[in-house]
Design a protein around this ligand. Structure first.
Ligand SMILES: O=C([O-])CC(=O)C(=O)O
Ligand SMILES: [Mg+2]
Length: 651
């Protein structure tokens, strides 16, 4: 694919399509145009642009096709040898068999048919009469002209016709590939309705079926086969000015486990939120899946599986591939590109963050993003339950990335508020993993990220017993295991607390520790509840409860925007705290009155701008921001940086 940005040249020639349409090039045209050809790598020497495309400027008068083609474009077929092929087959492309080499030509002029096929520029029926004349669109579209607003109306009706969430998802992906601006306008205008379609929970099912439902690649695949060539692979991506990469190795996709190469749905989904919620330009976003194999037997035995059919590489082999990737990213995109790790398994997630946090701009969404959003919810919840954070006691089910990440950020915040040492504060926070309560007698056998949470206590196996003995005010589920907050557990929390805070964070909905209905019913309407995936409002004894969504989607788009707009080069924990504070400040009295501890997603772009401003302000304060001078009003600056999906007018 040739990028529109590298070859966006607008010709008046109305050229388009394959070489036999190319006779249009022999028409006289009134301006210069560019012809791009994707030369095979061996031809990518001098004369090419950064894309590996050969670019030729053609003077005012259009030149016949034969003259502007380079030798490399001509099929490697000896005219004397083959007599087949019609008179139009000047370059022997029609006559070529598989044994002959031809160069794949593509004429990239953003007008006519090509313009309609380019998702970055296509506007469908919204092309004006003038644009239809100027860009050779007459006859290629039905005669009516409709504005983007009407297209949005039409499209949302279309999406609503589908009953099956995965069909809605596919319709959205299809739109993204046809008309990018309409996709984002639709998503922004109907964010509450469409977030569950392009994001959790539907994206989980999309990943499970990714191999079946996708025809076109939406990001870069870097597998063990690309070892030693990752720089080249990055150069194959058509966009050059990348600001955010979301990367997964597919080993822990939401709470669904190892989905290998099919995890690509996650970086794609997260980055569409970067644009819709955080206003980062779509062309600056790059989804990447690292394929080191999979341990998912079902996928390994599936002849249609799209990834490497081998068990996961580990140890040095894994580390070397990741290191090559991290170095190649920095070489290609520089110091300020944000690399967001997403849905790596625990061991790799912690190791990668530790290893690269001092050399790259890295952010682990599952450890740091989730922590920041939960801390924001807890700070907001204090308005409903009273007291300070330090007055509370926290119990987690799940001691992986999210669990220990949240625990650490809560401890850090309390320690800052009270000046108590971190080790002391940690004692207010307890974690239960698959073997029971994490206690000091288990310390020797614990993974390193669990060790700080091994407090003095006798062993406790069951969650409900841990609740009864620890007596937490806050219960947080980060286990990836559905239905683990049983009636007994919620009742125990409700007998200890007047208003128990219950956060059921695992995704997608099937993995949620309990449903909203269970939380409200079993607590007799007293729980303050939020979940990772959305639940509809619940009516209990005549009162309607609206559950909040404690999902990192509140944080990462604004957080990333804050880093990018300030040119920040490293992520510091204080930036996460700043993001939490900014999000908590967005919860209004009206939200609290409904029992909400997060604001609704409807205003998320404004919220993201505020988060971005606070993050950037902290980055400037810490000397991590390189964009100087510091803009005076960071919130205004953030809003001014945000991509908007309104159509542009083409001259
Ligand atoms: O994707 C989401 O909805 C939240 C998240 O990062 C995860 O569950 O891994
Ligand atoms: Mg995640």
């Amino acid at each position: 694919m040739i990028s529109s940005s590298s070859c966006t040249f607008l010709s008046n020639s109305g050229l388009g399509g394959p070489s036999n349409n190319f006779s249009g090039a022999q028409r006289r045209v009134s301006g210069p145009f560019r012809v791009c050809c994707m030369a095979p790598p061996s031809n990518r020497t001098g004369g090419g642009d950064r894309n590996g495309s050969i670019v030729m400027e053609v003077e005012t008068k259009a030149t016949p096709l034969k003259e502007i083609r380079s030798d490399s474009a001509v099929a490697d077929v000896d005219d004397n040898e083959i007599s087949a092929g019609g008179p139009q087959d000047v370059y022997g492309e029609d006559r070529a068999t598989e044994d002959h080499f031809v160069t794949p030509w593509s004429v990239s002029v953003a007008s006519g048919y090509t313009l309609l096929r380019d998702p970055h520029f296509n506007k469908g029926l919204a092309f004006s009469e003038k644009e239809r004349d100027a860009h050779y669109l007459r006859g290629l579209l039905p005669p009516t002209v409709i504005p983007q607003e009407t297209q949005v109306k039409k499209m949302i009706q279309h999406i609503r016709q589908y009953q099956v969430p995965l069909q809605k998802y596919m319709a959205m992906m299809d739109l993204q590939e046809r008309n990018e601006r309409l996709f984002y306008k639709l998503l922004i205008d109907h964010v509450e309705e469409l977030l569950p379609v392009v994001y959790t929970p539907t994206v989980g099912e999309a990943c499970q079926k990714y191999g079946d439902i996708f025809m076109r690649p939406q990001g870069l695949y870097i597998s063990l086969k690309e070892k030693g060539k990752i720089l080249e692979v990055l150069r194959n991506w058509p966009e050059k000015n990348i600001q955010v990469i979301v990367v997964t190795d597919g080993e822990r996709i939401l709470g669904l486990g190892d989905l290998g190469c099919q995890g690509m749905g996650i970086p794609v989904g997260k980055l569409s939120l970067y644009t819709a919620l955080g206003g980062v330009r779509p062309s600056a976003c790059l989804p990447i899946t690292i394929d080191v194999g999979t341990n998912n037997e079902k996928l390994l035995n599936d002849e249609l599986y799209i990834g490497l059919k081998q068990r996961r590489a580990t140890g040095q082999e894994y580390a070397e591939l990741m290191h090559e990737f991290m170095s190649a990213v920095k070489t290609t995109y520089g110091e300020k590109v944000l690399i967001q790790f997403e849905d790596f398994a625990n061991h790799n997630a912690f190791d990668l963050l530790e290893k690269y946090r001092s050399t790259h701009l890295v952010f682990n969404d599952d450890i740091q993003g989730t922590a920041s959003v939960v801390l924001a919810g807890l700070v907001a919840a204090l308005k409903l339950v009273g007291g300070n954070l330090a007055d509370h006691k926290f119990l987690f089910l799940g001691a992986g990335e999210a669990g220990t990440g949240i625990a650490e950020l809560i401890a850090l915040e309390i320690s800052k508020q009270t000046n108590a040492p971190l080790e002391e504060v940690r004692k207010k926070i307890w974690l239960v993993d698959s073997k029971g309560l994490i206690v000091s007698s288990r310390k020797e056998t614990l993974q390193h990220f669990k060790k700080p949470w091994a407090h003095e206590h006798e062993p406790v196996k069951k969650l409900v017993d841990a609740v009864n003995q620890i007596k937490p005010t806050v219960l947080i589920g980060t286990s990836g295991q559905g239905r683990t907050f049983t009636k007994e557990v919620i009742e125990a929390m409700s007998s200890i607390n007047e208003k128990p805070i219950i956060l059921s964070l695992s995704n997608p909905t099937s993995q949620s520790e309990c449903t909203a209905e269970e939380a409200y019913t079993w607590s007799q309407g007293r729980a303050i509840f939020a979940s990772g995936s959305p639940f509809p409002p619940v009516e209990y004894e005549g009162k309607v409860f609206v559950p909040g969504q404690a999902n990192n989607a509140y944080i990462f788009p604004g957080f990333g925007l804050g880093l990018i707009m300030s040119g920040t080069i490293r992520v510091h924990d204080d930036l996460l705290l700043a993001a939490s504070e900014a999000l908590a400040a967005e919860v209004t009295q009206e939200n609290f009155d409904k029992g909400l501890i997060f604001p609704p997603f409807t205003n998320i772009r404004k919220i993201s701008a505020h988060i971005a401003a606070k993050v950037a302000a902290k980055a400037y304060e810490l000397g991590l921001a390189t964009r100087l001078p510091q803009p005076k009003n960071l919130a205004e600056f953030a809003e001014s940086c945000m991509y908007t999906p309104a159509y542009r007018s083409y001259r």
